[in-house]
Design a protein around this ligand. Structure first.
Ligand code: GTP
Ligand code: MG
Length: 265
């Protein structure tokens, strides 16, 4: 077991990344100033702020570098990746393109942070923003799966209502401090497989029972039962703890029952 080291310096550096307008500055403002501004005032290049937080009984000074997401500001923000210890990687749940940009932000960070060991040591928290709006284009399952499969933490937040904002920042600071102190921190691993996630999504979004079970129109009772058994094993409540899997299991049972009623022998 690695020995726990006292922190050399009670100061950490955090950056924010993500497309323009996803709500990075609002998240930081909500945490630091406990308020929300609805008018969009894009960050020009970079904003810098300092805050304090007590972590593991020690007062930590936190330097936050809030980056502008617009591509225009690349030349300004690329200098600020270096020496970062924690990052908020934000996307807006009502904007599919902001979610699809996440890998580009990781690429940009890796290119500019310095030696690859620094990229590996950066603690990343993927942050889904604006969950108060509804009309989602990316559901929690998809966001969480992307984050966890890349070894990142995940939070669903709203700077508007304040939901999960304090929790996000506190967890991020604590992870960074623990890593600096050399504490044994379990890596983030996906709590569910891609197969399970695909099965849940298919059952929740299928337009009819055939689609939900993945069988063709006119499938035999045997085909239906075979598809059912395969999905039932993947989604069995004892094995699958993924959000939405319980509901998916119920959909599976009722889809099978209704298909069997009409199926040929
Ligand atoms: P850049 O600085 O250009 O990279 O943008 P940003 O990511 O910092 O976005 P910013 O925080 O300025 O927010 C963009 C817009 O989204 C603003 O109009 C905010 O009021 C709005 N917004 C941010 N967070 C939320 C939220 O949780 N809920 C709602 N409804 N709107 C939000
Ligand atoms: Mg901003």
């Amino acid at each position: 077991m690695a020995e726990k080291r006292p922190m050399q310096t009670a100061r950490i550096k955090i950056i924010s990344m993500g497309d323009a307008e996803v709500g990075k500055s609002c998240l930081i403002k909500r945490f630091c100033e406990k308020r929300f501004v609805s008018k969009y005032m894009g960050t020009i290049g970079i904003d810098y702020g300092v805050t304090k937080s007590e972590i593991n009984g020690q007062e930590i000074k936190i330097n936050i570098f809030d980056m502008a997401g617009h591509p225009l500001f690349y030349e300004v923000r690329n200098e600020f990746y270096k020496d970062s210890q924690g990052a908020i990687l934000a996307y807006d749940v009502t904007s599919r393109s902001s979610f699809e940009s996440l890998p580009h932000w990781i690429e940009e960070m890796k290119k500019n942070i310095g030696p690859s060991s620094e990229a590996n040591n950066l603690v990343v928290y993927v942050c889904a923003t604006k969950i108060d709006i509804g009309n989602r284009k990316v559901d929690e399952l998809e966001g969480r799966m992307w984050a966890e499969q890349n070894g990142y933490h995940y939070f669903e937040t709203s700077a508007h209502t304040g939901k999960n904002v304090d929790e996000l920042f506190k967890a991020l600071f604590k992870s960074v401090v623990n890593r600096l102190e050399g504490a044994n921190v379990a890596p983030v691993t996906a709590a569910f497989s891609k197969e399970q996630a695909d099965a849940v999504r298919k059952l929740r979004t299928g337009r009819n029972d055939h689609e939900r079970l993945g069988v063709p129109q006119g499938a035999s009772r045997d085909d239906i039962n075979k598809a059912y058994r395969k999905l039932a094993v993947i989604l069995h409540p004892d094995k699958c703890t993924m959000p939405g899997s319980e509901e998916a299991f119920k959909i599976l049972v009722s889809a099978r029952a209704s298909l069997l009623t009409n199926a040929r022998h």
